[in-house]
Design a protein around this ligand. Structure first.
Ligand code: MN
Length: 451
């Protein structure tokens, strides 16, 4: 039972007895069942628990364990869900996750007579707080979109945008796990060293080129073993699921610090993830062929190649980035969509990223987070960062609803991501939201506050 195989839980005819799950356009129909960590109310109810999203409700998975009898794997998974993070559950691996999904699908589908027993385990999302769902041990960020790499490279090297290693190596760097936070928590404008062109020396102060990056985050479930590279074909056995991810980036700090070892403080101040984790199995209907390599591109080296991965290693997920400025919020106008891109266009598949990550003997642990890198497409309006949309800040965006302009983010701006999978013959599923607002920088230590 692999994560790419279709089964009864993907049946487009399935409906839930929870009416909000059956509404057209719902992110969480019964075919999705994404995981989160939530709390509700006060006292013992304020305890953190693992839940599954269904319509506008959350099902407390651990509270349903008595309904899992007869299925040992599902029972083990439900017991592991009585925890304040998904880590115990995610490390169980695909067979247990699949058994739990199958049982939850049966419990939540229309016609089930256990609903009275389940009602006590349901909490409306409007009455719950969502938390960082995973204790993240390591955070790696890749650079898997060739369109993003080309657009960014062109700003620096107009004649030679793509470096020669790009089509051989899934480029990545080790990020900072302890600054990953959940959607809704604000992000403070970072301080750092920047140096303007023409200046002889850098200065220390608030970033003036603060940007976002639209990414998909992958959570490792079943661990890999040190000194044992994971093959591309085995990679999905280690994938628990996916979230929306915003890799906030201070471009002015980045351009001064990145040579020769890559990004550091320009990225480590904050990363925002969505609270919902859509499982690898829920995404099975949206697996597509890996994006075609251009004629003349080198074949991947054997350890990064798999025929099966070329055939169905891609994921078709549309990612939208929207901006709500303070003025938009004050005037009550809706957020403005800045881009729509799709993970199906990534040059490197998630299977290749996992294989590459472990190819030197490095182990992956439950709760490790891998970012795809900015997901950009080729066409207009498909660039997943302001750096690309404004051509390095040289062509500011005009925000029609308020008449404002943006090259980079300003204090009070809110950046909102959403993600959606659609394919004829299947029920669409969504990822919820990944949103955060920019707070002004703190005063520079040792200097009087300007404001
Ligand atoms: Mn990134």
């Amino acid at each position: 039972m692999s994560a790419s195989t279709l089964n009864a839980t993907h049946d487009p005819a399935l409906r839930s007895w929870i009416a909000s799950a059956n509404v057209d356009g719902a992110d969480f129909p019964i075919q999705n069942l994404p995981f989160t960590v939530f709390s509700a109310g006060t006292g013992s109810a304020s305890q953190l628990r693992c839940g599954v999203g269904i319509g506008d409700q959350i099902l407390d998975v651990g509270a349903c364990k008595d309904l899992m009898t007869g299925d040992e794997l599902a029972l083990v998974a439900a017991r592991a869900s009585r925890a304040s993070s998904l880590n115990d559950l995610m490390q169980l691996g695909q067979p247990a996750m699949s058994a739990l999904r199958q049982r939850l699908s049966l419990l939540l589908q229309a016609g089930n007579d256990d609903r009275a027993a389940l009602a006590a385990a349901l909490v409306p999302q409007s009455q719950a707080a969502l938390h960082l769902p995973v204790r993240i041990g390591g955070f790696t960020d890749f650079y898997a979109s060739v369109h993003h790499a080309t657009n960014v490279g062109r700003l620096m090297r107009p004649d030679n945008p793509l470096l020669p290693n790009y089509k051989y190596v899934p480029i990545g760097y080790n990020g900072r796990a302890n600054s990953v936070r959940v959607s809704g928590e604000p992000v403070r404008r970072p301080l750092g060293q920047t140096k303007n062109a023409g200046d002889t020396s850098p200065t220390y102060g608030p970033s003036r080129r603060l940007d976002y990056e639209v990414e998909l985050g992958l959570y490792i479930g079943m661990p890999s073993t040190r000194d044992e590279p994971v093959s591309v074909d085995a990679a999905w056995d280690h994938v628990f699921g996916f979230s929306l991810l915003n890799d906030w980036s201070a471009r002015d700090i980045q351009s001064w610090e990145y040579q020769p070892l890559g990004p550091f403080l320009s990225k480590s101040f904050a990363t925002t993830i969505s609270p919902w984790v859509v499982t690898a199995e829920a995404l099975a209907p949206f697996r597509v062929p890996a994006a075609a390599r251009a004629p003349g591109d080198p074949a991947p080296l054997p350890h990064l190649y798999s025929r099966a991965d070329r055939g169905q290693g891609g994921l078709q997920i549309a990612l939208d980035a929207s901006l709500r400025t303070q003025r938009m919020a004050q005037q009550g106008v809706p957020p403005l969509r800045l881009s729509r891109s799709n993970t199906a266009s990534l040059y490197w598949t998630f299977g290749q990223m996992v294989a590459h990550h472990t190819s030197n003997g490095c182990a992956l642990d439950p709760g490790d987070l891998l970012g795809s890198g900015t997901v950009s497409g080729e066409g207009e309006g498909s660039q997943g960062a302001l750096l690309e949309l404004t051509v390095g800040g040289s062509k500011p965006l005009r925000l029609e609803s308020t008449g404002e302009q943006r090259s980079f983010l300003e204090d009070g701006d809110e950046v909102i991501f959403s993600g959606r999978c659609e394919r004829p013959g299947f029920v669409p599923i969504g990822f919820g939201f990944c949103a955060a607002k920019i707070l002004p920088a703190i005063a520079i230590p040792g200097e009087p506050h300007a404001g």
